[in-house]
Design a protein around this ligand. Structure first.
Ligand code: PLP
Length: 396
């Protein structure tokens, strides 16, 4: 028996991220020579804009390669506050901001700093996979709020209110939503915030896709009056600036909470990479023109993907209003009994048709799969053609 056989109990409360599992399996098949169309990766196919890359090169040349402050350089923290102020009208100060190793890390730090065993966390379904696991890891209790496909998976304050108990400590909202592409209206978001104030609980807004909104202007609930008291913004540069590999995210929150999160970070990762921080300053302060260019391309792809999916008899899809995911209902494939559930669907699609998608099961619904359209039109055409044929084949 190897010495590592006895693992800590808490590690069994989490599982490997399904999106990463799909990516690993697709990669394995690709290495074996399969011609895989990958709709699994939630990652922009655009390169990081050149001005951002050059800032990193400059930082290297200037030997900016040492530790920085745990929560990031003052320069970057101020730049993040300024960008958020400019884009959304918030007023965060340096001490209410910290830089993290990707947005996921901001969420992890927050949950660990806030949630005691038994505390309840409200998570609307469908949800981004990581919320569930990090809450479980902290010993918290996930309280899932089911939403309805017929109303675009939109969560409401009324729905959330029904799930609140004296143990509720935090509500998590992700708009635009990964995986559904749903975007909350400003009014509903405000109503949810009012509810959290009334019940004296925290509201985390995951703004990972905040700039990728197809209708209306992006907004942040953190700009609402009084929001700074109980709102935590989990932000990320990964998608907005096509910087997934640089690992830069941030949190905006009341200063005592930032202090607690920073304490944790000081004993885990320490500072985010120094060079990446310099690149992030350029992302925050430099030209923003790459963002609308990417958004326009995502919109073009979304329209194509939704149109193409709607040509497949029995498949339905809620029009995504943001992010870069389509979340079609593929349960028509279950009717013949050849496919059992979304995991089975994704596995069979990958082995029989060489298309990688993420099963809805990972996001809390079983009738769907997630298709990332952050990939080229050519790949989308090829993959959706295969998906159509696959569904026709298993329909029975
Ligand atoms: C909803 C959501 N939040 C946060 C993240 C975190 O991204 P990162 O850690 O790359 O900043 C992701 C990444 O896929 C996401 O989809």
């Amino acid at each position: 028996m190897p010495a590592t056989a006895e693992l800590a109990e808490r590690i069994s409360t989490i599982s490997v991220s399904s999106t990463m599992k799909v990516a690993a399996e697709a990669e394995r098949l690709r290495r074996e020579g399969a011609d895989i169309v990958d709709f699994g990766a939630g990652e922009p196919d655009f390169p990081t804009p050149d001005n951002i890359k050059q800032a990193a090169v400059k930082a290297l040349d200037a030997n900016f390669t040492k530790y920085t402050n745990t929560g990031g350089t003052q320069e970057l923290r101020e730049a993040i506050c300024e960008r958020h102020h400019h884009d959304f009208g918030t007023n965060y100060a340096f001490g209410e901001c910290m830089v993290t190793v990707g947005g996921k890390h901001a969420i992890f730090n927050l949950i660990q700093a806030l949630i005691n065993p038994g505390d309840e966390v409200i998570i609307p379904v469908p949800y981004w996979v990581t919320y569930k696991d990090v809450v479980n890891y902290a010993g918290g209790v996930c309280v899932f709020v089911e939403t309805d496909e017929s109303t675009g998976f939109e969560v409401s304050a009324r729905l959330i209110e029904r799930h609140l108990t004296p143990k509720t400590k935090l509500v998590i909202i992700n708009s635009p939503c990964n995986p559904s592409g749903g975007v909350l209206s400003k009014e509903e978001f405000q109503a949810i915030h009012d509810l959290t104030v009334k019940r004296d609980i925290f509201l985390m807004t995951d703004e990972c896709y905040c700039q990728f909104v197809y209708e209306g202007a992006p907004f942040s609930i953190a700009a609402a009056p009084g929001a700074k008291e109980n709102v935590v913004v989990a932000g990320s540069l990964s998608k907005t600036y096509a910087m997934t590999g640089w690992r830069i995210g941030f949190a905006l929150a009341p200063a005592p909470l930032i202090g607690a999160m920073m304490k944790l970070q000081s004993h885990s990762t320490s500072n985010p990479t120094s060079i990446a921080q310099k690149a992030a300053v350029e992302a925050m302060c430099g030209p923003q023109d790459s963002v609308p260019v990417m958004l326009a391309e995502y919109r073009r792809r979304r329209d194509f993907v939704v149109g193409r999916l709607r040509q497949i008899p029995g498949v339905s899809i809620v029009m995504p209003k943001g992010a870069f995911y389509a979340y079609p209902n593929i349960s028509v494939a279950y009717k013949s009994g050849k496919v059992k559930n979304s995991l089975d669907f994704a596995n069979q699609l990958l082995t029989a048709a060489s298309v990688a998608v993420v099963p809805g099961e990972a996001f809390g619904t079983n009738d769907h799969v997630r298709i990332s359209y952050a990939t080229s039109m050519k790949e989308l055409e090829r993959g959706l053609e295969r998906l159509h044929k696959f569904i026709d084949g298993v329909r029975g």
